[in-house]
Design a protein around this ligand. Structure first.
Ligand code: WTA
Length: 655
């Protein structure tokens, strides 16, 4: 980094550790009276009910919360429809408002109004019904970032068919496993998608997957790249034909508040991803309330951009359901931030007058590395609020974001949440909270968070331990699809049925601010995406020439964590660069490119305890070039020196 910039950042870090809400911002913010916190704390059910009232209910609920730990249900007896809330209810007054400004990576543009999106959704919903899809049937979606993706999700929601969106960067095998777990009847995919100028072969992956998914009856194919892809007679249908032929009128089903809205798979500490199950009323209440209050969104004037991929929960909640429920105008950008050049985002912000930007620290650190000259080329003065999500944001990145993107004037909301919580749970309120760079600050009103020690005692201010939620929130998942035992064990095994354990470490400072410290389980956070060490290990040992493998996350300047693999090849194969390349390709095939190890160290053996358990803790020390921790339980200590000398070359290769 430039000396001068470095000095500026350092000065800011020293002198202005805290940031008050800008006066004008606070004055006009929806929330500017801290009393909201105590009111929500006194009567959380009334607080959440007041948020649920912002939605359109076909029938009002009889009961706000039924909590039978570890399970909870919200707005019982209430009937509503998510697609109706995201579309129909805006039509009379705001039908011509833009829902999405879509920008394709190669440069095409489309403007989709609420009315147009509504019509597309109704047509697709009818087409799904004509195929025999009924309430409760699962639909898998494997699409690039094109408008058909939110349309497909809302078409499912309209008829009560839960969707399972699979990130377009996942492999055929990952897609297959997710389809089979959900037993989806229909797959909606595309011929391909664009990423950094290349075509991602979605249909080819889909074909490979669907060869092993007995539940799939129909594959709907969106034409995106217009490449010639084989269409299987009787199974594959063209999206455009289907939508054109279907009727544009489709009544939204009155669904129960607790009817399933979607399943989204996320990595756990075993090789098998967990199907996180979200229902309708509580989820929509949570995402619309947090989107409204955390981003202080003005649907009439704001242009909002959450730059995540819809394939992850951030996109579900803050590109699709939250913003549309609030009738707001969003940017939907298909591609990479450096295509054709490293100023792509900033040119989009300038062109569309984006006022709110929500992204991940990994992106911010990458922009930092590229330098501020790319943002400087563009007028970013339309920005009035910035958000961060996905991993802990280091104070330097926070300050850089605020200075060089926000022009030193915008609040930055660092929002902590997870696929499981469905919506933001720990966050500043931009009109109230004094910000501290690096801290997600305080629980959102109605969220009861704390930090406990190993024994379950609150650590109190100044202490560190495990983050917990002591009371359910409406947007939280209900269980793991078809695996309630794993739900109980993973999230309530540590402190009992009343206390939700998200898997994150945290500390509380003297002002009671929460500082998130990252995962405490074997889940890595790679560029803001959750990937478990076991998943990557299983993919590695799946290769015929691998005897054994251990994987750890290593701190990485841009991506937060990088995947470091330690691999013992079978005696018949030498661990050389050729094998390393093969293994990277193999992991990409089994999981997806995002899971490819950054570094692979070949070793004759792995450090193990006497009972044969691989000591990942020591490998993490090795990978990060740290002093080794306790080695007394190790059965094969000499191997560590060998691994260490090989791993030394890893340090500094990405500074
Ligand atoms: C991490 C993404 C620190 C955390 C919305 C969590 C964060 C996991 C933050 C969930 C943040 C997310 N500060 N850590 N602001 N936001 N995390 O399910 O470890 O993909 O458990 O949801 O990301 O990742 P997930």
């Amino acid at each position: 980094m430039d000396r001068e910039i470095e000095a500026t950042l350092e000065a800011l870090l020293d002198e202005r550790r805290t940031f008050e809400p800008p006066e004008a911002f606070a004055e006009s913010a929806f929330l500017n009276d801290p009393a909201v916190y105590s009111e929500a704390e006194r009567d959380p059910d009334a607080w959440w009910a007041s948020q649920a009232e912002r939605l359109d209910w076909f029938q009002r609920w009889d009961q706000v919360l039924e909590w039978k730990p570890p399970h909870h249900e919200w707005f019982l007896g209430g009937k509503l429809n998510a697609s109706h809330n995201c579309l129909d209810r805006h039509l009379a007054r705001d039908g011509d408002r833009v829902a999405y400004h879509w920008i394709g990576e190669p440069g095409e543009k489309r403007t989709i109004t609420y009315r147009a999106l509504h019509e597309e959704v109704c047509r697709l919903a009818n087409a799904l019904k004509d195929m025999g899809i009924r309430k409760g049937d699962r639909v898998a979606i494997y699409l690039p970032m094109i408008p058909e993706l939110p349309a497909a999700m809302l078409a499912c929601a309209r008829i009560g068919a839960p969707h399972s969106v699979v990130f377009g960067g996942f492999s055929a095998e990952s897609l297959r496993d997710r389809i089979n777990d959900a037993e989806a009847k229909v797959l909606i995919t595309a011929d391909g998608g664009y990423r950094r100028g290349d075509v991602v072969p979605l249909k080819a992956n889909a074909d490979e997957a669907v060869g092993q998914t007995p539940s799939i009856e129909t594959v709907i194919v969106v034409r995106r790249t217009n490449e010639n892809v084989p269409m299987q007679e009787g199974r594959d249908v063209d999206y455009a034909d289907l939508v054109e032929q279907a009727s544009p009128e489709c009544q939204a089903e009155a669904l129960d508040s607790e009817d399933m809205l979607y399943i989204l798979y996320t990595s756990g500490t075993t090789g098998k991803p967990k199907g996180i199950l979200h229902t309708t009323g509580g989820y929509l209440t949570g995402v619309s309330a947090t989107h409204h209050l955390v981003f202080d969104v003005r649907p009439e004037t704001d242009v909002y951009w959450c730059a995540a991929d819809i394939g992850w929960v951030t996109g579900h909640s803050y590109i699709v359901y939250g913003p549309l429920a609030n009738g707001c105008t969003s940017i939907l950008y298909e591609g990479a931030p450096d295509f054709p050049d490293k100023d792509r985002w900033w040119s989009i912000i300038e062109e569309y007058g984006v006022s709110i930007l929500y992204t991940a620290p990994t992106a911010i650190r990458t922009f930092m590395k590229w330098g501020p000259q790319y943002a400087d080329k563009h007028d970013l003065s339309s920005l009035r609020l910035l958000g961060s999500v996905g991993e802990p944001i280091n104070p330097e990145a926070w300050i850089w974001y605020q200075q060089f993107i926000g022009g030193g004037k915008t609040p930055v909301v660092d929002t902590w949440w997870q696929t499981e919580t469905g919506a933001i749970a720990i966050t500043p309120l931009p009109g109230i909270t004094t910000l501290k760079p690096g801290s997600a600050t305080k629980p959102f009103p109605g969220v009861f968070a704390d930090v406990l020690d190993e024994q379950g005692h609150p650590v109190g201010r100044g202490g560190g331990g495990y983050l917990v939620l002591k009371r359910p929130i409406p947007s939280m998942f209900r269980t793991i699809y078809k695996d309630d035992a794993r739900y109980r064990e993973t999230y309530f095994g540590r402190y009992g049925d009343h206390i939700y354990f998200p898997g994150d470490g945290a500390k509380l400072d003297d002002d009671g601010y929460f500082w998130l410290l990252g995962r405490v389980d074997d889940v890595m956070n790679i560029a803001g995406h959750r990937i478990s060490t076991y998943e990557v290990e299983s993919a590695l040992v799946d290769h015929p020439d691998v005897a054994e493998a251990a994987v750890v996350g290593r701190r990485h300047p841009q991506e937060g964590e990088a995947i470091a693999a330690f691999v013992t090849p079978k005696a018949t194969r030498i661990g050389d660069e050729e094998l390393a390349q093969e293994l990277r390709a193999h992991v990409a095939k089994v999981i997806g490119k995002i899971a490819r190890p950054h570094s692979i160290v070949f070793t004759e053996d792995l450090p193990k305890t006497r009972s044969g358990k691989i000591m990942r803790r020591l490998l993490r020390d090795v990978a990060e070039g740290r002093q080794l921790g306790d080695v007394t339980t190790l059965q094969n200590a000499p191997i560590l020196d060998e691994i260490r000398s090989k791993a030394n070359s890893l340090q500094g290769d990405e500074a």
